[in-house]
Design a protein around this ligand. Structure first.
Ligand SMILES: *Cc1c(COP(=O)(O)O)cnc(C)c1O
Length: 341
């Protein structure tokens, strides 16, 4: 039995999801004629209380489309130094939109409103790039699945309003944050100009992300998606997985969070572990005491037992729990951790 804890993207569709996919009614979505894609988009827009939504093949493409629509070449966006849009989208912000990133030295991927305010370049100082967008990530990926304080997000919104900035949320794992903090999509819909959510992370779909925003934004997003090569034809087979996941796989995220906390509790008692970051959702980031156990040796020992996790450099390691990580696997993994030498 292989136990893959590298990411929550390693999940495979459940029989119920596959069944929904096989039965999907489809059409050509590039002509907006796929009823299942239309149903998914309407459902997500409605959930967030926003005007419209658009289905995309990836979360990088939803984020990149939002950045393109909210900025002009030469401008600057503000994000935390850990942000996915800065670190893990292949330099897309500069490649696609010609914008630079002002990186904020936040805490676990999260900034305060005053940090954001201090990062804005004065609009009449033409030597600096014009600040036009703030990008938030919730939960934070590199920050270890941390959840934002919703009040702080409201304060940042005010900063955006008074400085004429757009406000984008990379909500690849927003479902995890909402379950952990008992928040609703509508709360988020009221704050942001655009929200990107992934279906292919904790929700267990094979493919797909959705961008949500105003009618105008989503209308313009269709063109950018096409330019980026993201127009898909009978995409209803994939959208059906999304509809199914929204109906069946959101509440169960609490299960992944519980398992993550239990792993963290075991890890923090091991003598070769120096530090376990606080665990709020399904991501566990921890640091080995490399004088006692090197990251390579630890990874190798786990691998010998068919357990896969990922290194993040500098002795930091990451574990991500997900739908396909069963109770049985959980028991096996916790037992093994306690008996490693
Ligand atoms: C996974 C992820 C994305 C999107 O990734 P894709 O692999 O392009 O779907 C965006 N933001 C964050 C924070 C992520 O974790």
């Amino acid at each position: 039995m292989e136990i893959n804890l590298i990411s929550d993207t390693v999940t495979k569709p459940t029989p119920g999801m596959l069944d929904a996919m096989m039965k999907a009614e489809v059409g050509d979505d590039v002509f907006k004629n796929d009823p299942t894609v239309n149903r998914l988009e309407a459902k997500v827009a409605e959930l967030f209380g926003m005007e419209a939504a658009l289905f995309f093949p990836s979360g990088s493409m939803t984020n990149q489309t939002a950045i393109k629509l909210h900025t002009q070449p030469g401008e600057q966006l503000i994000c935390d130094k850990y942000a996915h849009v800065y670190n893990y989208e292949g330099g897309g912000a500069s490649f696609n939109s010609g914008v630079s990133c002002k990186l904020i030295d936040g805490n676990r991927g999260m900034m305060t409103a005053s940090m954001v305010e201090a990062g804005i370049n004065p609009p009449d100082f033409y030597h600096s790039p014009l600040t036009s967008l703030v990008c938030i990530e919730n939960t934070t990926n590199k920050g270890g699945g941390a959840c934002w304080d919703f009040n702080e997000l409201g304060k940042i919104r005010k900063v955006c309003e008074s400085n004429n900035l757009k406000y984008h949320l990379d909500g690849a794992r927003l479902w995890n944050a909402m379950v952990a903090k008992k928040e609703t999509p509508k709360q988020y819909g009221q704050l942001f100009d655009s929200i990107s959510v992934c279906l292919s992370k904790g929700l267990g779909c094979p493919v797909g992300s959705v961008l949500v925003g105003s009618e105008k934004l989503i209308h313009d997003a269709i063109r950018v998606r096409k330019i980026l090569g993201g127009g898909m034809r009978q995409a209803g087979f994939l959208a059906a997985a999304g509809v199914y996941a929204l109906d069946h796989h959101v509440d169960r995220l609490a299960d992944d969070h519980q398992k993550a906390r239990e792993i963290g509790a075991v890890l923090s008692k091991l003598d070769f572990i120096k530090k376990v970051e606080p665990i709020e959702t399904n991501i566990i980031i921890f640091q080995l005491d490399e004088a006692v156990m090197s990251a390579d040796r630890f990874l190798k020992k786990l691998e010998e037992n068919k357990i896969l996790i990922i290194g993040m450099g500098q002795g930091k390691l990451r574990i991500v729990t997900h739908m396909d990580y069963t109770n049985e696997m959980h028991k096996t993994f916790l037992d093994l951790l306690q008996h490693l030498d």
